[in-house]
Design a protein around this ligand. Sequence first.
Ligand code: NGS
Length: 308
Amino acid sequence: MKPDLNVIPIAHTEEIVFGHLVGEVRTAVKVANEMLRKKLVDDKTGNKTDTDWHFNELLKPEIKTNDSYRYLPGGHWKPINCSPKWKVAILIPFRDRFFHLPILLRYLIPMLKKQLLQFSFFVIEQANKNLFNRAMLMNVGFLESLKIFDYDCFVIHDVDHVPLDDRNYYGCTDMPRHFMSGVDKWKYKLLYKNFFGAVTGLTKENIRSINGFPNVYWGWGGEDDDIWKRVKDVGLNITRYEGPVYHYDVIRHHHKSAPLAKDRFELLRRSHDRLKKDGLSNIVYPIPVYELHTLYTNISVDINRIKI
Ligand code: NGS
C-alpha cells in the first residue's frame, strides 16, 4: 500500500504513536530534558559539559506501552517479553527538514515494533551553515549514540526515504546491508548497481573495521560511493535483497537542490589512501547539544573541516 506522505504535525504523529499515553510521554520527556540540562550545563559558567557519565540513567521514567514495549524519553523502545535480536540505533543525518521527520517516524515505529527490535532514533543535526556533511554526521551519531547504549546495529537513514513494506527487516543480519532495491523516483529501480546510499545498515564491528565514514565530503554526493569503496577495501560484502519488499518512496520537497561536493570525484579517486587516516581515527567536533524529544533524541553539532 502506498504510504501517506502528506505533511502532518509532530503532535498528531505523537498521538498516533502513543495513543492514550501521549500526555504521560510528553511529561516524562519534559522532566528528563530538565534533568539532562542540569547535568549538561555548568550552573556557574553556563558552559556545556561533556557527556562522560551514565547518560541513559536520565532516560526516565520508563513507560510501559500497551504493545509489550517499554518506552524511554528521547525515542527509545525496548521489547518487554523477549530479548531483542538486535539493539538498533537509527541515525538520521539532518538539517532543516523538520516536516519530513514525523512522516518517516510514523511508519518506522510500528514497523520496528513488529520486527521485535530494540530501537532508538537519533537525529544528528548539523548546527551551522557550512555545506552539509552527511558522512561526518554519521560518525558523530555513531560515537554519541554509543554513549547512551551499547548498540550492536546501526541503520543510517535519509530522512526523506520511507520504506513501503514492514517486512524490510532493520536488524543487522547479513551486514553490511543496503536496504533498498528500488525507489519511486527511479521507477523502483536503483540508479546503479553499486549504489550504497539512502538507507544502509552496518554492525558496530563493520563500522569500526572501515574506520567509520569519510569526514571530507562537504556538499551533496560521493560520500556514499566512498563508503561502498571502504567496505570493499576491507573485504566485506554488501547484501541487498531484490523485490518490492525493499522499495522506498521519497517524500517530495520544494527545497532548492543541495550544493554539490565539487571535489567529490577527486576525493573518490583517493578513497583507498584515506581509509585509515580519515574517519573515526581523526574526527574532532565540539560537544554537541542534546535534546530529548518524544520520538527521537536530537544531537546538534557544529562540525567543521579537519586537517588530515
Ligand atoms: C551519484 C552520487 C551519489 C548519490 C547517487 C544517487 O551520482 O552520491 O548519485 O543520487 N555520486 C556522486 O556524485 C559521485 S540521487 O538518487 O539522490 O539522485 O547518492
